[in-house]
Design a protein around this ligand. Structure first.
Ligand code: PEP
Length: 251
């Protein structure tokens, strides 16, 4: 089974429009001619349209960092799927640990966002992952399985072909601590097994599972060599053009 690797950058709440356009142009130049891997960047909402324009003509895909679950309405602070499509987004990150743990988003909310994205044709990246306390308590697999089952509730097998999953252990995000290759591979294999149970094996074999958590030029090659790691979701290092270029060109 060949799954085309996806290298994704999450810019979080960083960069003004001019800074975002400069970085997006550098990512587009670094991705020129690549056909054996996909590249995606997720800028803040305010720079989506400008970033989309900056990467036009390149294979780089543009994503949002979250999405509202209604088409429109009295939902102050939310951005709807059609608005994101209108701004040029093709994909959207959903259930990032900062949304779950800093802003208190529940799995039910995350599921609504994910189903809305699918309904309107935005490709979702569903993030799952345990906290340090959960890992130390031995509940990593229980937590990850619950987040998958709840996040994917009422998502059909046909829709699953448009979903990417990202395993992001919370203790590894922005901390400089990366999961070891073995820890990451173990969690990814577990996620694929859960997807087999929730759907079926051949479908689970097709789903891309990204690793996220302090991915850097120094560790990307060995992470990407793991059988069930199909790409990376990169925070901090995606804000540095040189570092992200090296990550895109993992070997
Ligand atoms: C992230 O934001 O999804 C992330 C993994 O961040 P970092 O690479 O900085 O750990």
């Amino acid at each position: 089974m060949t799954r085309t690797p996806l290298i994704a950058g999450n810019w979080k709440m960083y960069l003004t429009k001019a800074e975002a356009v400069a970085l997006a142009s550098a990512v587009a130049a670094a991705s020129k001619g690549l056909s054996d891997r996909e590249v995606m960047i997720a800028p803040p909402f305010t720079t989506l349209a400008a970033v989309k324009e900056a990467v036009a003509g390149s294979p780089v895909k543009v994503a949002a960092q979250n999405v509202g679950w209604e088409k429109e309405g009295a939902f102050t602070g939310e951005i709807s799927p059609p608005m994101l499509l209108d701004a040029g987004a093709e994909m959207v990150i959903i259930g990032h640990s900062e949304r779950r743990h800093v802003f208190g988003e529940s799995s039910a909310m995350i599921n609504r966002r994910l189903r809305a994205a699918l309904q309107f044709g935005l490709l979702p990246i569903l993030c799952v992952g345990e906290t340090l306390a959960e890992r130390e308590a031995g509940s990593t697999f229980t937590v990850v399985e619950e987040q998958l089952a709840q996040g994917l509730a009422d998502v059909t097998a046909a829709q699953m072909d448009s979903v990417v999953v990202a395993y992001e252990p919370v203790w590894a995000i922005g901390t400089g601590k990366t999961a070891s290759n073995a820890q990451a591979q173990e969690a990814h294999a577990f996620i694929r097994a859960v997807l087999s149970r929730l759907y079926e094996k051949t479908l689970a074999e097709r789903v891309k599972i990204l690793y996220g958590g302090s991915v850097k030029p120094e560790n990307v090659d060995s992470l990407m060599a793991q059988a069930d790691i199909d790409g990376v979701l990169v925070g901090g290092a995606s804000l540095n053009a040189g570092a992200f270029e090296r990550i895109i060109h993992f070997q």
